[in-house]
Structures are given as C-alpha cells and as structure tokens.
Design a protein around this ligand. Structure first.
Ligand code: PHE
Length: 485
C-alpha cells in the first residue's frame, strides 16, 4: 500500500482518499492510518473534507440481494401456482404484504374474480427496484432515486475523506527515519546523511512506573479512617527530632531509665540540644522528678536540664501526645480525642521482627472522670474495627502510665496470643505539671503499624516489608488493604 501510494502521489495529488481507496480495493481506515504515519514524517499533507453519499439502508441491502418484495411475490407464485391471499401472507410475511401491494400496482398479479385466488398475469417481469439498487451501490445514477428514498431503501450518509498532497519531506520511497543520535551513527559517521524523524510532540508519554502505595501506607490509610470515624483528630507528627524533654522528662520518665541510654536511643550530634520555651513548666517537671508533690514522692534524684535538652530521634509518638496535652492545658482544657500514626526510631539489634525505625499508632483521650473501663472499652472497639475481636489485657509497667496494660490478640493463623499493643492511664505526675485540671484523666494506647501490616499481608520477616532489602516488585504489586471488621 505504502509503495503504491507514494508512486501515485509522485504523479499527482489524490483528490479524494475514499474514492482512491475504493478504486484500489483498499480499506479506507487502513489507508488513513498510513497517511497519518507518513504525514508525521512530512512525506505528505492531508486536508479533511466531508461528502454526502447515497447508500443503501439495511432493508435496501436485503432487496439488492433477494430482489424487491414485489419480485419475491411473483417468484413465489410462479413456483406455487395461484393461492389465497392468506397463504401468500403466511408464507412471505411482511414481504408478502409490501410485495402484494406493489405487484398489484405494477399489474404483475391479479385476484381472480370467481375464485378470489392471487395469480400472476405475466411470466416475465423486470425488477426495476433491484436494478436501481445495484446501480446506486455502484455509485451510478438512477432515475428511481426519489421513490427509493421514499421507500427508505436508500439514504444520504456523511463520509469523511481527505485530499492528499506532497509534504516537505516527500520521497518516492520511504526511508526509515532515525529517532535518536546513537553511538553507532556517530562512529560510522552515518549521521551526516541519515534522515531523522521529527519530534512528535503529540505522542503519549510512557506510563510512569512509580507512585505505588507501600503496604504500610495502605494499612495506615485504613487505620486513620477507623480513628477518624471514632471521632479522633490527628496530631501533627512532622518532627522526627525531639528533645529528650518531650520524649522522656515531660512523661515523668526518670533520667536514669535504661531506655534513655545510647544503646536504645539515637542521640543527635548537631544540633546537640534544644531548650524548652516555657521555663516555668520545665521547673515544675524538675520538681516533680526530684521530690514529687503532696501525693507523690517523685523519683528522688538530681534532675539535669542539660540531659533533658539533648536532641534525639523520637523513640515513640507519645512525645507528640505529651506536647499536645501540654498545649491543651495552656489553651484551656476541653475534652479531646487525638491520634497519630508516624515513624519512631530505636537503636535496636536488627532481626526478623525489629528495625531501627518503625511506625507507631497512638490514641489518646483526655476527659473528666475516665477510668480503666473506658480504656479497655475503647481499645476493644478500635481492634474490633480492625477485625480483631478476641483480645486480652495483661498488667504491665510504663514509667508514665499507671495502671498499664499490655494488649494481646489471638492470632487465628499462628493459633496463639500475640502482643499487639501497650496502654495505660497517664500518671498525675505527668499531667499536673502541664497544668491540666486535677479531675481530668488521660487514657492512651499505642501499637506498631508494622505488626498489623505483617499479619494483614502474611509476612513473617519485617525486612521484606521495609528497608533496603524490601522487594520493590512486591511493594508495587500489593493488593489494597481491607480489614474484615
Ligand atoms: N509509648 C508506648 C510505647 O512506645 C506505647 C504507649 C502509648 C503506652 C500510650 C501507653 C500509653 O510502647
């Protein structure tokens, strides 16, 4: 097609691509595809037009093949002999109805007076309708056009076609253009004579391969939804670097606590420390650590400001909860439900279930008169919405909560109880220096995001999920997360 087209175009313009394609017996759509491709390389130019064309309707097409209804009636009567009108109709149906009327008009048939049977009056008929349909389908003129249109056997159709002229890069033989300068072209100096394709600015780009959500983010999205639906508002967790003050001291965690050791916590070298902007609050925290108040004996040691000001990578999101509770006390207490889901850092020995950075989910409720029942109830409801209905609590210890409860969930696949979270009621030694009213209790719970994600996705090694050894294909092809709640 391409060779013949270029040869023809070298001789003269192609006025009408549709008629040209028909003349060659080619498919017009295929020709248009070739014209587009040659047009892009400047071989030719096209200009689009529309034309009206007479075409047969589906009904006209069947008559072209089988003859007009009136001819079909005559044909039937020729082989059957004279019959009643009813027999004619029951054999030919609708064709019989239309054909009977037309054949009567043409005087090709008649109804016998005495017998009332339909019979032919002539052996030789000329099916003018079929002849005209044939002429029209060949693009020839026909004098019966109007009556055929009235009988809805022929109609006008709009057709798109184009006029084809030579383009600026016209050649009689197509040379495959180079898309890029290559090493090969430079080395062989073929670039000097090579034909280069023009840029096609309309070409669609490659689908970007990035932009896949990590399974942790999918689970996070679900958990965020659950917490929002339960009426929690999200805390700002955008600072990975915290002062030890917010991460530990404000939580009434003593400075000698083993978690504050460099073996467990990452300390920053630069900037090495940061000061708190509320010296009075810092003083109240210091006093609480050193000597307590009328209801607590404190931790009984010399509290060091320098130690509290050391910058670290936050070891838990409870540092953010602490900041938020302090802020709430300054703004004037209102009951609040807060949550956060973000990254924390611990100086861990890396193994199948531990990484030095992971994510925590934390929920905090501050209100008057909250108790242990509220804590257990809200945790039960939270896990129920994650599809975990079988949970148990076990007394535990945290420096900043009393009582503290570890949360265990029954793992239906592992068939055993596994720890799924930690919780408690924040100690008055933490809340009082903040300035929260004495009858306000704050209940809170926390868990890792990795644990439910690994359960949800059936993983047993955290390194398959997160970090430099995670398989990117696995991350890309992961299904969405939906909890069975
Ligand atoms: N901060 C605790 C942890 O890192 C979790 C926790 C949050 C416990 C809130 C009690 C209350 O494990």
């Amino acid at each position: 097609m391409e060779a013949e087209l270029l040869k023809d175009l070298a001789q003269k313009d192609i006025e009408n691509s549709l008629l040209y394609a028909r003349g060659k017996g080619w498919d017009h759509t295929e020709l248009v595809g070739l014209l587009t491709s040659l047009g892009l390389e400047g071989y030719l130019q096209t200009e689009n037009f529309k034309m009206e064309e007479l075409v047969l309707t589906p009904e006209g097409t069947t008559y072209l093949e089988l003859g007009s209804p009136e001819a079909q009636v005559v044909k039937f009567l020729t082989s059957s002999g004279k019959v009643t009108q009813d027999v004619l109709m029951s054999n030919l149906g609708n064709i019989g109805k239309i054909g009977f009327a037309q054949a009567m008009k043409n005087k090709w048939i008649a109804i016998e007076k005495d017998t009332k049977l339909v019979n032919i009056t002539t052996q030789e008929i000329q099916d003018a309708v079929q002849i005209s349909l044939k002429a029209i389908s060949n693009g020839e003129a026909s004098k019966d056009l109007e009556s055929l249109k009235k009988r809805k056997l022929v109609e006008n159709a709009k057709r798109g076609y184009c006029k084809v002229t030579k383009g600026p890069n016209f050649r009689e033989v197509r040379v495959k253009g180079e898309a890029d300068i290559t090493y090969e072209l430079l080395k062989t100096e073929k670039w000097k004579t090579a034909v280069f394709k023009d840029y096609n600015f309309d070409a669609l780009g490659k689908d970007p391969e990035g932009g896949h959500l990590h399974p942790l983010l999918k689970v996070r999205a679900q958990l965020r939804r659950i917490l929002l639906e339960m009426g929690f508002e999200e805390m700002p967790t955008n600072n990975f670097v915290e002062s030890s003050f917010w991460n530990f001291d404000s939580l009434f965690q003593p400075q000698s606590h083993p978690a504050r050791d460099a073996h467990d916590t990452f300390f920053l070298k630069d900037p090495i420390s940061s000061a708190n902007s509320d010296p009075e609050y810092v003083q109240r925290v210091k006093t609480m650590h050193e000597s307590g108040d009328e209801t607590s004996i404190g931790w009984n040691y010399n509290w060091s400001l320098q130690e509290a000001e050391k910058n670290i990578l936050r070891t838990h999101t409870t540092a953010v909860s602490s900041r938020m509770l302090y802020k709430l006390a300054q703004e004037g207490f209102r009951p609040k439900k807060y949550f956060s889901i973000d990254r924390v850092f611990r100086n861990e020995n890396l193994d199948a279930t531990h990484l030095a950075e992971f994510h925590q989910i934390e929920g905090v409720i501050a209100d008057r008169g909250l108790g242990l029942g509220d804590l257990m109830g809200v945790i039960q409801e939270f896990f129920r919405r994650m599809g975990i209905t079988n949970i148990k609590f076990k007394p535990a210890y945290n420096p900043y909560t009393e009582p503290s409860l570890e949360i265990f969930g029954y793992h239906p696949i592992l068939k055993k109880w596994t720890e799924i979270g930690n919780s408690g009621i924040f100690r008055p030694e933490m809340l009082k220096p903040m300035g929260l009213p004495e009858d306000v209790a704050v209940i809170a719970w926390g868990l890792s995001l990795e644990r439910p994600t690994m359960i949800q996705y059936g993983l047993d090694n955290i390194r398959d999920l997160f970090g430099s050894k995670a398989d990117l294909n696995y991350i890309r092809n992961n299904p969405v997360c939906r909890f069975n709640s």
